[in-house]
Design a protein. Structure first.
Length: 160
């Protein structure tokens, strides 16, 4: 009888431990290879970049710019002509990891407006960190000799 009670206690404690451990979940996301080479260095996961110079967003998962056209948000693989002189490599980018970041545009514009004209940010293309070597366009990427075929300069016409 004593053995049965001990076995039952062990079984119940093991079952409750298994249930408790199942409730603890850790979600770790990485999208280093998805980030554009003009994105800021130092982030393992990015959902959106807010671009305060042009008051627009870049949605990393689909590689699309999100900007206002009148009173509606447009998703596009390139920036509109009015931003043709905007330099993605030197403009400041704010990482925003929340769903549909553009829905908080007024708050982001107010909070991050002070970064307009700031060109001090390190970008992925210019860092020497091994985690970025898998990114096309990084000088240490082995397969393109340091140039990405989509890297067409400063006019935002590339799809990365």
């Amino acid at each position: 009888m004593k053995k049965i009670i001990i076995c039952a206690a062990l079984f119940l404690s093991a079952a409750s431990f298994k249930e408790a451990s199942a409730q603890v979940r850790v979600n770790i996301h990485f999208n280093i290879g998805s980030q554009p080479v003009w994105g800021p260095a130092g982030y393992d996961y990015v959902e959106y970049y807010y671009l305060p110079d042009i008051e627009a967003y870049y949605y990393v998962p689909s590689r699309q710019f999100v900007y206002l056209a009148g009173n509606r948000w447009v998703f596009s693989y390139s920036l509109p002509p009015r931003y043709r002189d905007y330099d993605l490599y030197s403009g400041y980018k704010i990482v925003v990891n929340r769903p549909r970041a553009y829905r908080n545009f007024n708050s982001d514009r107010s909070r991050y407006g002070g970064y307009r004209g700031n060109h001090s940010q390190r970008i992925i293309r210019n860092v020497d960190e091994p985690k970025y070597y898998v990114v096309k366009g990084h000088p240490k990427y082995r397969g393109n000799h340091g140039r990405d075929r989509h890297d067409r300069g400063r006019h935002g016409r590339h799809n990365h």
